[in-house]
Design a protein. Structure first.
Length: 145
């Protein structure tokens, strides 16, 4: 097969979980083929470079085979080549690290995992050795005298 639909290829290459999600991404302008925005019915051929915007980064893939039938995960390297720049992956790591600090207003309360991460982040180590046992009784006796 020399050509394939972009929405079927994105699903077959396991970039999107379902073909419907792949088609919606194309309709919303998140998929580009060789720099041009793609409709779900656009045909691709080997050698095309596909850019897929998945927040917060843009993945880039080079088509090695144009297929429309889903393949196993072990066969994906024969279908496409990941040509995403390292800067994009650095951006992804930075967003993962700072994700729990810059919580969007109104997204609800933190999950248990988020709360524990916040506690670990904001708890200074020097408080662990500090003795909080104050002698309140001695102060009261001093005040009475």
């Amino acid at each position: 097969m020399a050509e394939a639909r972009i929405d079927k290829w994105l699903w077959a290459a396991r970039i999107f979980k379902t073909r419907t999600i792949a088609a919606d991404a194309c309709k919303k302008g998140r998929v580009n083929i060789n720099g041009a925005q793609a409709k779900p019915s656009r045909m691709i051929k080997p050698g095309d470079v596909i850019n897929v915007k998945k927040s917060p980064i843009t993945y880039s893939f080079k088509v090695l085979q144009a297929i429309e039938k889903r393949v196993g995960a072990k066969l994906v390297p024969e279908i496409m080549e990941n040509v995403t720049s390292p800067e994009q992956y650095e951006l992804l790591e930075m967003s993962k690290i700072s994700g729990f600090i810059d919580r969007a207003r109104g997204t609800g309360r933190p999950t248990k995992k988020d709360r524990r991460s916040l506690d670990d982040f904001f708890t200074p180590e020097y408080f662990d050795d500090f003795d909080f046992d104050f002698d309140d009784d001695d102060e009261e006796k001093d005040d009475e005298e």
